[in-house]
Design a protein around this ligand. Structure first.
Ligand code: ADP
Ligand code: MG
Ligand code: MG
Ligand code: MG
Ligand code: MG
Length: 435
């Protein structure tokens, strides 16, 4: 594990470091620092005016310093003279409690206090679109059921294989790439890891996919629902919890239903109990709610949940238990902040463990067809405002993430909602002009 960035630069021939932090809305902000200056920067951090990013700060606040976490450093496979390193935000020698990577580290430490280590894998779906963002980049990618389309996948071989080669070189153990359920949509999978490592990889993956797509004259988008009528970009999370050494999967119990131990079931119970509130984090944009609760897509199914239900190996529910010792949360979308995704999973799951929360009955039905027959399951929030209000009322989640973070997030997201509501749409004109 890298400790000394100056030494890393010398060894690898690195000329510049991107010292990168992620703000509340998931935007990555960086300074490009020459290697000659990295030794000091590693100690002091790179300075930023925090108000200029999506953080609840004012222009009068002191400088924010992003201190690189050397253990996260990655040499850019497509530009080896540059390295990316995730940073933690500090102000006046204190961690900035609202900063997402700080929030996640606190929750990882809390899990460790319980002797637990949360490991996750994410499926960050994306579309390859034209550089102007208007249309799917491949004009021949028009099948009604485009999932696993061999021909369309191979027309984008140059992009997909380049990204996968990079993941192989980085030792991420990628194992499959496919064309997903929407025209122009792809998914690439690599092996799960500790929550913080997965969050850093998830951030870097988004940066890498966008960079390689741009190199090819394209654009990659993780937007939850970029095209009406087509399946949206999910970001499913597969979750398991291990002993502190990471050797024994505490979720696995072959004698229990679905192979899920009591720990696994109560962790799941926490996720189920807090689902509507945690949607404010896992589905953080106005557009997110056009993916969940959506009408059937052209392909036949949205593959996104609309209700708080769980099941075995069945992809029509919010939670699927695909096999023993883990479960899949299918709620998050491509707009999710990689650090807050992991943080909210640990926050909700730990609260479930501590309170022995029951996940409730499992429903082994086709939710898209027969969902109306389930009477006891809440609907997921219908829009961002509903989700924000549910989060605002969830004292357990707010406390687990910390009041500094929760207050800041609620404030900035309400501002975003209000900005959306201030927009005049073509739809309301059409519906109201002649009333
Ligand atoms: P899906 O069937 O949902 O499309 P994928 O193969 O696309 O599944 O993604 C599965 C993800 O789950 C991968 O990142 C994989 O490494 C991860 N995963 C597998 N086992 C576990 C586990 N025990 N704990 C956490 N993540 C896991
Ligand atoms: Mg300046
Ligand atoms: Mg998948
Ligand atoms: Mg998928
Ligand atoms: Mg999945």
């Amino acid at each position: 594990m890298t400790q000394d960035l100056a030494g890393f630069a010398k060894e690898r021939g690195i000329k510049y470091f991107m010292i990168s932090f992620t703000d509340l809305f998931g935007a990555q902000r960086a300074k490009l620092v020459p290697s000659q200056a990295i030794a000091d920067m590693q100690k002091e951090g790179a300075g930023f005016a925090g108000f200029a990013a999506w953080l609840d700060l004012t222009p009068a606040h002191p400088d924010l310093f992003a201190i690189p976490d050397a253990s996260s450093v990655i040499q850019l496979p497509w530009k080896p003279e540059v390295a990316w390193v995730a940073a933690d935000c500090m102000m006046e020698d204190e961690p900035v409690a609202q900063a997402p990577r700080v929030v996640l580290k606190k929750l990882v430490a809390e899990a460790a206090e319980h002797g637990l280590r949360v490991k996750t894998g994410v499926e960050a779906e994306f579309f390859l679109i034209s550089a102007d963002g208007e249309a799917i980049s491949d004009q021949y990618d028009t099948a009604e059921k485009p999932c696993y389309d061999q021909q369309a996948l191979m027309r984008r071989y140059d992009v997909i294989a380049e990204i996968c080669d990079h993941m192989l070189a980085l030792g991420w153990k990628p194992y499959q790439n496919d064309h997903e359920d929407a025209n122009g949509q792809f998914e690439m999978n690599w092996e799960f890891d500790d929550a913080l490592v997965t969050a850093d990889k998830h951030s870097f993956f988004k940066f890498m996919v966008k960079s390689v797509a741009e190199k090819h004259g394209l654009r990659a988008t993780f937007m939850p629902k970029p095209f009406k009528g087509l399946t949206g970009n999910g970001c499913h999370a597969h979750i398991s919890v291990w002993d502190i050494d990471g050797k024994v999967n505490a979720f696995a119990d072959k004698d229990m239903p679905f192979g899920l131990s009591t720990k696994g079931k109560t962790f799941l119970g926490g996720i189920m109990k807090h689902a509507s509130a945690l949607a404010a984090i896992t589905n953080p944009t106005v557009n997110s709610y056009k993916r969940i609760n959506a009408p059937r897509t052209v392909s036949g199914a949205t593959w996104a949940p609309n209700t708080v239900t769980w099941t075995g190996n069945n992809r029509t529910h919010m939670v699927r238990v695909p096999g023993p010792g883990r479960f899949e949360l299918r709620l998050p979308d491509g707009a999710v902040n990689p650090y807050l995704l992991q943080a909210i999973i640990i926050a909700a799951g730990l609260s479930g463990l501590k309170s022995n929360a029951e996940p409730g009955p499992h429903h082994d039905i086709d939710m898209y067809r027969d969902g109306h027959t389930v009477k006891d399951a809440p609907r997921l929030p219908l829009n961002l405002l509903d989700a924000l209000r549910a989060f605002e009322q969830d004292e357990v989640l707010k406390a687990a993430l910390g009041s500094d973070f929760s207050d800041a997030y609620i404030k900035l997201k309400h501002d975003e909602w209000n900005s959306f509501c201030g927009h005049f749409t073509a739809w309301e004109r059409q519906m109201t002009l002649d009333i």
